[in-house]
Unconditional design. Structure first.
Length: 529
């Protein structure tokens, strides 16, 4: 069975509601109208009967030999004046002295409703079936000068005439009700179209499905998502954002700039600018993307997505480690390939002794380079990065030596090894690049964990650092190698890694005599009292 559209449902529901309301109120008004008309006509008949019963002419004529001669003309005159159907005046025995039909004068009054007036002297309204038909009557007794009841006055209006008046009034009410119904139907059609426009032509079930899909999508997104409306109030907060920012759904509909001023989402609403991969500190470091939301050419809000920098950093560090290992292996492969070609050439020339001497020399050099590294530096990842950098240095014709006083046990659990690799790798790379153009191409590396700190030192024989550049040397994008693009990131990464490990870095540089970078990392975490 085909389901009704939202527009059809609204029209049917509104029309039914208006129709029901019209019928109910029309019925109530009609009932009240009938009761009110009967009461008014009965009151008029009663008051007319009272007035006639008190007229001296009528009272005096009751004692005449022929009362009808005076009473009949006067009664007919009064009947026409008040618009009554009949005015009947009778004696104590209910014998008529007046009647719209003169032939019925002298006959007894019909209806059987005179007793209360004649016997009890009451004034009242009754409904009875008389000689002219069913009528509504006002009754009043006629008193003589001694206060005795000598007759009765009956003023009547036909029920058919009263019902005709009532029907006419009901028709007016029904016309008004019909007009109300038409207006209600037209209003419901306009309302349905307006709602359909606001819902982009979607049916409620389609909207519900979209809402369910959206909630499922938002809950599955790893990044935190916050959306605001054009007034800057939070309208959406997914589960990842709640977890990262220690928030919950109670923060919905509150101004974002009051809750999260660091995001400056209100500024995005004002300027319309977008952010991409911007680092922001909100209790922790987050990488934020932010852009305004536009609908029909109007800015209706803004959305911000973010994730913890540590997650992004871990991915970048992993990629960096892979890149460094790859470069190191490539350097070693290239270096040993050259030496193998040399040995192969010597063997082909039957210079066996020279080939053996070259092999022994390389073996001695390799053992000298790696013996201390393997024996005194126990952390395998630090060993790996040093061996790789030795290969890179050898390819660049740079002598990279590890200080014989170096010693390193396995790093404590709280010291992030990936950050240590970043520090070591970037400092050595920077030193190798620095001495490549120098006459003396020497780089020295020292590491020790004796004492309370992990100490790392990298010394080069390069040109040194000008005093004026020391303050901005660790600023991202700053580099003294102006001839190369995409520079100035290595030392900035080192500084960030050192700060993350709660350590500090010192630089000792003498122009034209080289530079020493010293890094100090606490082996124990700071305890808060």
């Amino acid at each position: 069975m085909k389901k009704l559209s939202l527009q059809t449902k609204i029209i049917l529901l509104t029309t039914s509601l208006v129709l029901l309301t019209t019928v109910v109120f029309g019925g109530i008004l009609s009932y009240q109208e009938i009761a009110e008309i009967k009461e008014n006509i009965g009151q008029r008949a009663q008051e007319t009967a009272i007035g006639i019963s008190a007229m001296p002419t009528i009272v005096e004529a009751m004692d005449d030999e022929e009362p009808a001669l005076q009473i009949q003309p006067l009664a007919e005159y009064l009947r026409k004046q008040v618009g009554a159907e009949f005015i009947v005046i009778g004696n104590r025995d209910s014998v008529r002295y007046s009647h719209p039909d003169p032939e019925k004068i002298g006959k007894r009054m019909v209806g059987g409703d005179n007793e209360r007036a004649l016997q009890e002297g009451k004034v009242y309204v009754s409904e009875a079936f008389g000689s002219l038909g069913r009528s509504l009557r006002g009754k009043a007794p006629i008193y003589d000068g001694d206060g005795r009841v000598i007759g009765v006055v009956s003023v009547g209006y036909m029920i058919d005439d009263i019902e005709a008046i009532i029907f006419g009034n009901i028709m007016d009410v029904m016309a008004l009700a019909l007009l109300t119904l038409v207006i209600g139907v037209l209003g419901s059609i306009l309302l349905a179209k307006n709602i359909r426009k606001d819902t982009l032509g979607l049916e409620p079930r389609e909207i519900a499905r979209l809402y369910q899909d959206r909630e499922a999508l938002l809950s599955s997104i790893i990044e935190g998502v916050i959306a605001i409306d054009k007034d800057g109030r939070i309208t959406e907060l997914n589960s990842s954002a709640e977890k990262m920012l220690a928030m919950d759904q109670s923060f919905l509909h509150t101004p974002s700039d009051d809750i999260l001023p660091e995001l400056r989402m209100g500024e995005t609403l004002t300027t319309g600018n977008s952010w991409k991969n911007k680092e922001i500190l909100i209790g922790g470091r987050f990488i934020v993307n932010q852009k305004p939301i536009w609908a029909e050419g109007e800015m209706v809000g803004a959305v911000s997505t973010f994730r913890e920098k540590t997650e992004v950093q871990e991915v970048l560090e992993t990629l960096s480690e892979i890149r460094q290992y790859s470069e190191s292996l490539r350097a070693q492969t290239h270096e040993y390939a050259n030496k193998l070609y040399a040995i192969s050439g010597l063997l082909q020339l039957e210079e066996t002794e020279e080939a053996v001497r070259l092999i022994q020399q390389e073996t001695h050099h390799h053992e000298k380079q790696t013996k201390h590294t393997l024996n005194h530096i126990e952390d395998k990842k630090v060993q790996a990065i040093l061996l790789g950098k030795m290969g890179k240095a050898s390819e660049a014709k740079v002598e990279l030596s590890v200080d014989e006083n170096s010693s390193l046990a396995k790093l404590p659990a709280h010291v992030d090894i990936s950050k240590v690799i970043h520090i070591v790798g970037n400092l050595i790379d920077n030193a190798i690049e620095e001495v490549e153009s120098s006459d003396r191409k020497e780089v020295s590396f020292f590491i020790t964990d004796i004492g309370n700190d992990l100490v790392i030192e990298v010394q080069d024989s390069g040109r040194g650092i000008e005093t004026g550049n020391l303050d901005q040397f660790f600023t991202q994008g700053f580099s003294t190698k102006l001839e190369k693009a995409d520079r100035g990131y290595g030392l900035a990464i080192v500084k960030q890694a050192v700060e993350d490990l709660e350590g500090w870095i010192e630089v000792d540089s003498t122009p034209q005599h080289g530079t020493v970078f010293s890094v100090f990392i606490p082996k124990k975490t700071m305890e808060v009292a």
